[in-house]
Write a protein that binds this ligand. Sequence first.
Ligand SMILES: *Cc1c(COP(=O)(O)O)cnc(C)c1O
Length: 407
Amino acid sequence: MTRPRDPAAERRWRPDTQAVRGGLARSPLGETSEALHLTSGFVYDSAQEAADAFAGESDHHRYTRAGNPTLDVLEERLALLEGAEAARTTASGMAAVFNALASLVRTGDRIVASRALFGSCHEILTTILPRFGVTCDLVDGHDLGQWEAALATPATAVFLETPSNPMLDLVDLTAVCELAHAAGARVVVDNIVATPVLQRPLELGADVVVYSTTKHMDGHGRTLGGAVLGSAAYVEAELNPLLQHTGPTMSPFTAWVVLKGLETLRMRVERMAAAALELAAWLEGQPGVTAVRHPWLPSHPQHDLARAQMSGGGTLVTVELAGGRAAAFALLDALRLIDVSNNLGDSRTLAVHPATTTHLRIGAEERARTGISEGVVRLSVGLEDVDDLREDLADALAAPSGSGHDA
Ligand SMILES: *Cc1c(COP(=O)(O)O)cnc(C)c1O
């Protein structure tokens, strides 16, 4: 006999306990670790049992697109860690973003969003949703005056990313949520950069939170996945029908991998954020570096806001080099330990040139407006020894522009 779950007790557990045990529903076999239910469908003991399941009169699973026991464990654990009533998983972070927005808007509706967005989020708001008659106005997220002006007109949804990737600009969540609600809008926060370890948007007034589990939650660069979290009423009435009938379902295998990642999420994020801050402070004094961005650096223009709404500055560090694209490429090409890669939240430290990769498609004008110059390099700091990372960066910064790996 395995011990039955006690969901009320799980809600009272502290986050570290929730991270390793939350949602764990063991099968009658009593396995220690979460079971991987890698199955598309489910069988019934009788025709009546199938009929009851489809009539909603039992909680027997029917089909993985509508629900799966391994996905259930991950969704329960994510909700616990976020302090959300409910969560649903998706096949990628972008599926989470798109479905969160699509669940809220109809033709003729208006979205207000912060301009500093992940490239594909920008594409959804400015190209894909407008095809369905949903308009979007972009504001500079760090400028409350612009939010006030935009939300003086009614809106259905507000979408924002804080801290933003890659410039790490912040949005004042409490203030913007108040303005949004007064305008009749619900607030969707992309909390991917901060993680639930460092920022809890629902407690600051947000209505829906979205994640790419691909990033810190998997944490080891293996799987692609996403999640949407919010109230039970929202998830049941608005999100579930869309997910069930359009089918951006996370694989149970991915859920099982992410469950393992969540067990160490806090340890990894805190350690990576401490290393990121140490490297950021050191980078501020380096020759050729004109600016360093990390929310926990006192030089960050919104440092006080960061301290107020986050519990740590995060795992990303963004530097601007005096020599523009040539200096950025020279730095990336001279790295011997840190990899050139556009992922983030991995246990390995990764570096990328956003203007020519992740933020190529938003165009030069939007890049200029969000501060993504040709000299910007983004680091996602991993779990290596910080002294090895500093030495790699010091050697690469000292390499003359134009000398690459093969030089
Ligand atoms: C990675 C990322 C996404 C998209 O997630 P995928 O899992 O790659 O689809 C969206 N927003 C931000 C801020 C991201 O970093």
